[in-house]
Structures are given as C-alpha cells and as structure tokens.
Design a protein around this ligand. Sequence first.
Ligand code: DC
Length: 238
Amino acid sequence: MTLRGVVALDGPSGTGKTTVARKLAERLSAGYLDTGAMYRVITLAVLRAGVDVTDADAVTAVARDAVFTIGTTPVRPSVTLAGEDVAAEIRGPEVNHAVSPVSAVPGVRELLVARQRRIIGEVLAEVGGVVVEGRDIGTVVAPDSPLKIFLTASAEIRAARRSAQDTAAGRESTHADALASVDRRDRLDSSRSASPLRAAEDAVHLDTSELDIDQVLVALSELASRRGLLDCAAEATR
Ligand code: DC
C-alpha cells in the first residue's frame, strides 16, 4: 500500500505525533516531514548567535541566514545546521525552552511555511505521498490536505511520555518537570497570535491517551484507506 497525497498530523507535544508520523510514512512508503524540527533548528541557530529570543527582527534575520537541511526519509530523518548533524542537540533542554518564543515570531513562520510547502511539493513529486507533522499543517501549511488528523492526549500522559523520552535519551527528567514543560509549551503554542495550535475544522480528532502506537497506526491507515488515499496497485509495481 502506498500513500497518495498529504496527511497532515497536528497536535500538542507528547501525543505520539512523531512516532506515529514516522511509522505511518514508513508503512505507506511515503515521505515524512517534521516541521517541529525546523523550528527547533532555527531556535538552535538563534541560541548559537546569542540573539535575544524576544527580539523578533533579530530572530527573523537569523532564520533568514540559517543554512540547514531537513531529511524526509522516515527511518532516519537527518537535521543539519551549517553542515553539522544537530539531530540530538535540537531535542535538548535549551532548545526545548526557547522554541516556543522563536516559533511565535511571524517572520520565522513565514520563512518556514514557504520552505515546508516547497519540500512537500518535492516529496510529492518524488514518491507521491507525505506525512507532515506539526501544529499548523492542516490549518496553514497544507489546508487542502485530504486527511487532517488532530492528535490529543491528557497532559498527565503526555508528560509521562516526554519524561520517558528524556530518560531514554540520557537526560535527567522528573514527571513534575515534564508536566510543567508540557503545560508551558501548550499555553505558549496555543495563545500566540501567529498560527496558534488549533485543529482544522475538518480534522479528525484522535485521543491517544489509552491507545498504543499500533492502535493509532491502524486507526490512521483505515482513515487513509476510507478517504481513497491508499494505492494498492503501486505496491505490485514497486
Ligand atoms: O513538535 P515539536 O515539539 O518538535 O515542536 C517544537 C516547537 O515548534 C513547539 O513548541 C511548537 C513549534 N511548532 C510550531 O509552532 N509549528 C509547527 N508546525 C511545528 C512546531
């Protein structure tokens, strides 16, 4: 089975978006775009430049000059900044803390949304389908997407997942810290004026609190199939 078109996967952090998006793309021989990683790499560039994250003009200037790449292969999506592999560093606490104010800067969003649309076009031309994850994919980046998903989960569950991820990556993390961080980012991401986190009107809401990854994948594959986005013939000719 091969995906045709764009699946937009939005929702707050800790809902399993990244794991689900990558596995879905892999399962459906599609490309994968992690737009959060793009905001993170710009945030790292801003921190490295020593720029104040509340100075919108200076932050936008850094974003304009940043030389970065973002891979679209679901198995191992690479991220580089000025030629350096920064895939691990963009998940660290400094970037976690600064990414919400940076992603709230309209100039940054304008630049990244344009680049995201370009990448989506390229991946579609190359492999025919792409799973795109973020906060504004269904509302702003790809509003014509034939399948928009809004993943949710309780704050408690999301904090537990975030804390487990941090621990697995060798970073110290308590449940209370993770909950405070999830809460803080939810508030900032949902209340900013430029493309706040919200579900598209025609998005399908899926609460992942009580579901494991496989159950989420089955639900999404079924939705894609019902929307006629799965090309079964392509498999045979690949
Ligand atoms: O998905 P993530 O946690 O890696 O996203 C990092 C931050 O980037 C998050 O605080 C919200 C922001 N973001 C955004 O504003 N728009 C997107 N399309 C993706 C992420």
